[in-house]
Design a protein around this ligand. Structure first.
Ligand code: HEC
Ligand code: HEC
Length: 395
């Protein structure tokens, strides 16, 4: 196949192409080192690691209460949106949309259509494995300061949980103020006997507070882990869990510089970086990320379920997301002048097409479909779980 045909084909499919010879692998399972609860491997001074084999301990009553709250649209102003509306098990706890649709939207997942508040500026992140957000190469993490959102603007699952409830486009809508919605939600829950009982059992308190709503949601999300991927199993000693090509892909991933940022157990350094991904199509104003056009390195786990990719879902497929790293980047984002660009933007190394395909094979080993997908049959408010089959908002 000649180079031009090869490139054109790869642009569409990112399948293997003759010209690329993977560098011979110069590490083996012998090089795996156990550090606390995780297994680590150092390749060219970059550390990749498994997740801990068991989820962090949580209070089971709080977590099961959290599951009901997560699916209950009672937490939204117009009782039509639940956390699960945008964090669906079948989409790896995302929603299949490039930018999320909350208040006023209709339908589920990819099928969902916009209502009067339009789209949220950003792509829904997975909540799988967020129990470990911030985890480093030593397996250490601090739940009270765990970075949350594409710009890490919140710390901890507890403080994150109240943000969507207060956001007009996500859950609050137009009938309550940002300051009033917490009390409204707590009041509603206090009037539902099944919630009164469940909160009393879980927290030992007489009346329901918004703080305990956040704690229950956080506990539930800490149980949503996907830590049995082929990569994790290979790291834990199962020699056949990865193919030789996937093992080569792991090395090419490091050689291409991906692990400069996508490292450790969650394949994230949890640092902000300016990549210059072109602005999303449905954003009212340029998204400046953390204020400097930087976004937090996302996890590369569960990608087979979490398309589209990047902070506003700018790339529909994994192949096209990887193509981004093979394109000139200096002025990729028309809203970021080159003087604003972080110099490290230019350091993402060239990734030729064959390397992209083999890296994609490695990324396949970071998927685990055995995570908890349980949907409650009913929620205490009596509203449809997830808010989906309602058609029109209930008031
Ligand atoms: C309308 C869709 C929508 C709803 C409803 C929604 N989310 Fe999200 N979620 C998102 C989007 C979009 C982001 C990324 C937002 C950002 O970066 O500003 C996100 C981010 C998160 C994160 C951060 C993950 C990480 O790794 O940083 C968590 C945790 C989360 N949501 C949990 C929840 C919970 C709990 C609820 C219900 C109280 C909820 N979400 C409701 C769309 C939604
Ligand atoms: C300089 C740090 C850095 C390097 C190097 C880097 N990435 Fe990223 N990566 C990021 C950041 C930051 C984002 C999010 C950018 C955004 O959404 O604007 C991202 C996003 C992604 C996504 C989309 C994930 C999602 O859920 O949306 C994929 C896939 C990805 N990177 C793969 C790679 C691969 C493969 C390489 C190596 C060729 C690589 N990255 C190199 C920092 C980096």
């Amino acid at each position: 196949m000649n180079t031009t045909a090869c490139t054109a084909l790869l642009a569409l499919t990112l399948t293997g192409c003759g010209g690329f010879d993977a560098t011979p692998v110069n590490f083996s399972q012998e090089d795996i080192v156990t550090v606390g609860a995780i297994q680590t491997i150092e390749i060219r001074e970059r550390v990749l690691a498994s997740l801990p084999e068991s989820a962090p301990q949580v209070n089971t009553q709080q977590a099961e209460l959290g599951r009901l709250l997560f699916w209950d649209p009672i937490l939204s102003g117009d009782r039509d949106v639940a956390c699960a509306t945008c964090h669906l098990p079948e989409a790896g706890y995302t929603d299949g949309q490039h930018q999320a649709i909350g208040v006023g939207g209709m339908g589920r997942g990819e099928e969902r259509t916009i209502g009067h508040t339009g789209r949220v500026p950003r792509n829904s992140q997975t909540v799988l494995n967020t129990a470990w957000n911030g985890i480093n190469e030593l397996g250490l993490f601090e739940p009270t300061t765990a970075p949350m959102f594409w710009d890490s603007r919140k710390e901890s699952l507890e403080s994150q949980a109240l943000e969507p409830i207060r956001s007009r486009q996500e859950m609050r809508g137009d009938n309550f103020s940002e300051n009033g919605i917490d009390a409204e939600i707590a009041g509603r829950l206090n009037r539902i006997p099944a919630y009164q009982q469940a909160f009393s059992d879980a927290f030992g308190t007489e009346s329901i507070t918004i703080t305990d709503v956040a704690r229950a949601l956080a506990s539930f999300q800490r149980t949503l882990v996907a830590n049995q991927t082929p990569f994790d199993r290979w790291m834990r000693g199962e020699a056949n869990a990865m193919t030789n090509r996937q093992i080569s892909g792991m090395q090419e991933f490091v050689i291409a510089g991906c692990a400069d940022c996508h490292s450790g157990p969650l394949f994230s350094d949890f640092e902000p970086h300016v990549l210059g991904v072109r602005e999303g199509t449905d954003v009212a104003e340029p998204d400046s990320g953390d204020g400097n056009f930087a976004f937090r390195t996302p996890t590369l786990r569960q990608l087979s379920l979490t398309a589209p990719y990047f902070h506003a879902g700018q790339r529909a497929t994994l192949g096209s997301a990887l193509d981004f790293y093979d394109e000139p980047r200096s002025s990729n984002n028309p809203d970021v002048s080159s003087s604003d660009l972080d110099p490290e933007l230019l350091e993402v190394p060239e990734m030729d097409d064959g390397r992209g395909a083999i890296i994609q094979d490695f990324l396949e080993t970071l998927n685990d479909d055995s995570f908890d997908k349980l949907v409650p049959a009913a929620v205490p408010s009596g509203l449809p779980p997830g808010g989906f089959d309602s058609g029109t908002p209930v008031s």
